[in-house]
Write a protein that binds this ligand. Structure first.
Ligand code: GLC
Ligand code: CA
Length: 513
């Protein structure tokens, strides 16, 4: 386990929307380099950058055309090398996206694979044996190739699935075993790509759809075996680099596959969903919501087993949001967001902050889809830095921007929140600082539930010598609690302590030692 993960807080940069330095309306690598000091000042010491590779951008870069080439719109390879160098100078880490499950349908491998004549790449993707063979249980694109067969896709039609084989073979004429030498060649090709970037000095990968490799593999047995092989490569040759999975199943991702960390994403009926994304408005049943009436047990029933099984092997990563879902203000008001940040920054694991979440940037509704974003587009708008043109994102004319900036009068910006102690920005910065300051709050220090009752508030938990109270509800709550000799470390809202009780105010948060 790379030691640096223990104290890391990540910042996710969506490169096209962060900072444009050459006035073409789209964010770029130089923009990220310029803002490293900003990211570090917020308290983050590691950055995840979404795909920056050559691509036709049918899925905003998750459709890779050339894994070893930087997309021209983001700059050059030397810009990337400069970014790495500047980050490392500041003792910061950079991880990039690895998209191992599929490529763009314009990738050279696929252009070869879809040819009628057999060649080196014929089996790099999954094709049926005839255009008339299209079993409905598989996601197949039909009638698009010279080759007589249909190909399987992972996500959009432009993203053909790479061939890592099938765990349960239902159609032996076209499905291969993961041990087939053609499938092993796919794994080797992916390892070669990883080595290319690791040798340049990247600190690891965020792995896109990490569970998607082997097909008909419900228990992910064969997929996990591939990842264990890759983890072995890391342990042997790249000990200080990390693998972080988009999976949201710590048992499979961390314990069985060897990922160093796994994202806690909004999946139906999981703990993340019950905490933050369980409905909207009147219908909002999340634990963190306005007029909150959620159930902390729904979170704990999911989280505790996952935490217990994985805690000595890897980290669960809380995220403030990411590029795939509406931002927090779509669901909750600013003071609830502050409590949710304070909670996430005091839980175990490796936390991730999505760019703009530190100022409560809003989800922009009803935007026309951009590059396959669809409903995700509104969570990908330009970063709001200051009150200058395009809120400081770009000097280009506004109709040239990658996506429109938030046009509302009160659009939050970094400039208007910095130095304002009640702001989302200063609140988040303060709790990150606590996390970095106190070993009790570090990523792997112990976690224990102190008070959690079905459909009740507050939630109280222990990290080492610290006791943490979080109460997003509208009512203050008093708990019997021997608080002699205990002192406040940090609080939001109101609280009262007597020698035998703690009263935690409505919409309040408290850490005591
Ligand atoms: C992941 C990415 C998402 C992308 C999809 C297909 O879920 O986060 O943005 O569209 O994979 O690669
Ligand atoms: Ca630019």
């Amino acid at each position: 386990m790379p030691a640096w993960l223990k104290n890391s807080v990540f910042y996710e940069v969506y490169p096209q929307s962060f900072l444009d330095t050459n006035s073409d309306g789209i964010g770029d690598l130089c923009g990220i380099t310029i803002k490293l000091d900003y990211i570090k000042d917020l308290g983050c010491n590691a950055v995840w950058i979404n795909p920056i590779f050559d691509s036709p951008f049918m899925d905003a870069g998750y459709d890779v055309r050339d894994y070893k080439k930087i997309a021209a719109r983001y700059g050059s390879m030397s810009d990337f090398e400069k970014l790495l160098e500047e980050a490392h100078k500041r003792d910061m880490k950079i991880i990039i996206d690895l998209v191992p499950g599929h490529t763009s349908d314009t990738h050279e491998w696929f252009l070869e694979s879809k040819k009628a004549d057999k060649n080196e790449y014929t089996d790099r993707y999954i094709f049926t044996n005839s255009t008339w063979e299209a079993p409905p249980e598989y996601k197949l694109v039909c009638g698009m190739c010279e080759r007589d067969g249909n190909y399987m896709v992972n996500f959009f039609s432009s993203q053909p699935a790479l061939n890592y084989g099938f765990h349960n073979i239902t159609h032996p004429s076209w499905q291969k075993s993961p041990d087939d030498c053609e499938c092993i060649k796919t794994v080797d090709a992916m390892k070669d790509i990883m080595r290319f970037w690791l040798d340049k000095g990247v600190d690891g990968f965020r792995v896109d759809m990490a569970d998607s490799l082997v097909k008909n593999d419900d228990e992910k047995i064969a997929t996990a075996k591939i990842w264990r092989g890759i983890r072995q490569m890391f342990d042997e040759d790249y000990k200080d680099r990390v693998l972080i999975s988009e999976w949201s199943d710590p048992m499979k991702a961390i314990v069985n596959s060897g990922f160093h960390a796994d994202f806690y994403l909004d999946h139906p009926h999981n703990g993340y969903h019950y905490l933050f994304r369980n409905g909207r408005g009147e219908e909002n049943k999340s634990f963190f919501a306005d007029h909150a009436k959620g159930n902390i047990k729904d979170f704990l029933n999911d989280y505790i087993p996952a935490y217990e099984c994985s805690k000595n092997k890897g980290y669960i990563s809380f995220i403030t949001n990411n590029h795939d879902m509406p931002r927090a203000p779509f669901y909750m008001s600013d003071d609830i967001i502050k409590l949710s940040h304070a909670f996430m920054m005091t839980m175990p694991g490796v936390p991730f902050i999505y760019y703009g979440d530190e100022i409560g940037m809003r989800y922009i509704e009803n935007l026309k889809s951009k590059e396959g974003g669809y409903s995700r587009t509104g969570a990908r708008t330009p970063m709001q830095w200051n009150s200058e043109k395009n809120l400081g994102f770009s000097d280009a004319d506004s109709d040239m921007l990658y996506l429109p900036i938030d046009k509302s009068e009160d659009a939050p910006t970094v400039l208007c929140q910095q130095g304002v102690s009640s702001s989302i920005y200063e609140n988040l910065k303060a709790v990150i600082a606590l996390r970095r300051q106190y070993p009790e709050l570090s990523n792997d220090s112990e976690f224990e539930v102190v008070y959690a009752k079905e459909n009740e508030y507050p939630f109280v938990y222990k990290r080492g010598e610290f006791i943490i109270f979080v109460n997003p509800s509208d009512d203050k709550k008093t708990l019997n609690f021997a608080s002699n000799g205990k002192s406040e470390i940090y609080s939001i809202g109101k609280y009262e302590m007597t020698s035998s009780s703690v009263t935690i105010g409505d919409r309040s948060f408290l850490i005591i030692r």
